[in-house]
Design a protein around this ligand. Sequence first.
Ligand code: PLP
Length: 400
Amino acid sequence: MPGFEVFGEEEKQQIMDVLDTGVLFRYEFNEQRQGVFKVKEFEEKFARYCGVGFGQAVTSGTAALKVALMALGVGPGDEVITQGFTFVATWEAILDVGAIPVFTEIDTTLNMDPRDLEQKITDKTKCIIPVHMLGAPARIEEITEIASRHNVYVLEDTAQAAGATIGGRRLGSFGNCGTFSFDAVKTMTTGEGGMVVTDDQHLWQTMSEYHDHGHDHQVNPGGRGGEGRRFIGFNYRMMELQGAIGLAQLQKLDSMIASQQKHKTRLKEAAAAIDKVSFRHLIDEKGDSATFFTFTMQDKDHCRRIGDFLKQQGFGAINFSENSWHYYPQWEHLLEGKTPCESGYPFIGRGGKRRIIYDPKALPNSSALLERTLVYPVSVKMEPERLDALCDALKKAASV
Ligand SMILES: *Cc1c(COP(=O)(O)O)cnc(C)c1O
């Protein structure tokens, strides 16, 4: 799965280009940097790779979500709909801009259920964030159709699915914008880092300004200190070393995915022996980035037996229904409204009134699905012996 598996000479060379100039900042230092603009080059190449016009690099995938939501104009009084199976970052960013996260069920894609989405849209809904979890797409075309009917934005959280496609078109390019993470365990990594891609030049311009304290980035004789500003901002700037690593990793993304797909095919063939097993619905099997392999048993009990057996064999799988970072009923800090803020914000608003109440039992379909699903991360490099042994264990699991 992670890009750190393929670190090599390419990353070192890119980093040396930066160290040779000594310029770590993405702006200014025009003489000293000798034409080296790694972050800018990374933005342009990543956007082109995604088939869109613009890329905005930031410090993390979480920052990408926040910057995109701000640029879309989302804030207090708005609701943003996402799914109950995602990393906490998705709804942290929604809360951070002052909006209220609303959660949908997932379906057999293990991503947002469009029927449930339709029911959860209200006149406060401003944006929908489908998440392409575990490397494969949400029903993004149905979701963008629903969104345009209701006149709300779509932001694709593509943190876990860089390079994945539907019919050759990259995930992240279907909505108003798409966000990516390059943290240490993502398919391609810059250590920490993120990106927003979009075809909307005005949206990109707003993100570019907001992520850098509001600097308008217009060339002017006063230099950076003399730049104007349209509004307040914050600092989510990526540094040149990250941009350099990103350029090297991007070159390797397609080959990483190809290798993962090969490994995943083997695992799927082996697991097919399990009685009444089913597999996640893939909207386009060819476009799966194959960072994870998931298989679903007929009931919870059978899933537990298979899970226990695989663990005994030394191949423990993830059951996301027990995972405290990716699954709604396990987010006790969200459900209980825990915050360091003394006023209780964002859970408690003006006059001590509770702004948000979440019912842990609100997503029964997601629970029923995840409770009987097991997941393996798929590596780029897998020793043939270890892959064989895992496949053997899966085949043997068929008889427990
Ligand atoms: C990793 C991840 C993020 C956050 O990215 P960071 O770079 O770690 O901040 C957001 N959403 C999803 C679905 C993720 O997996």
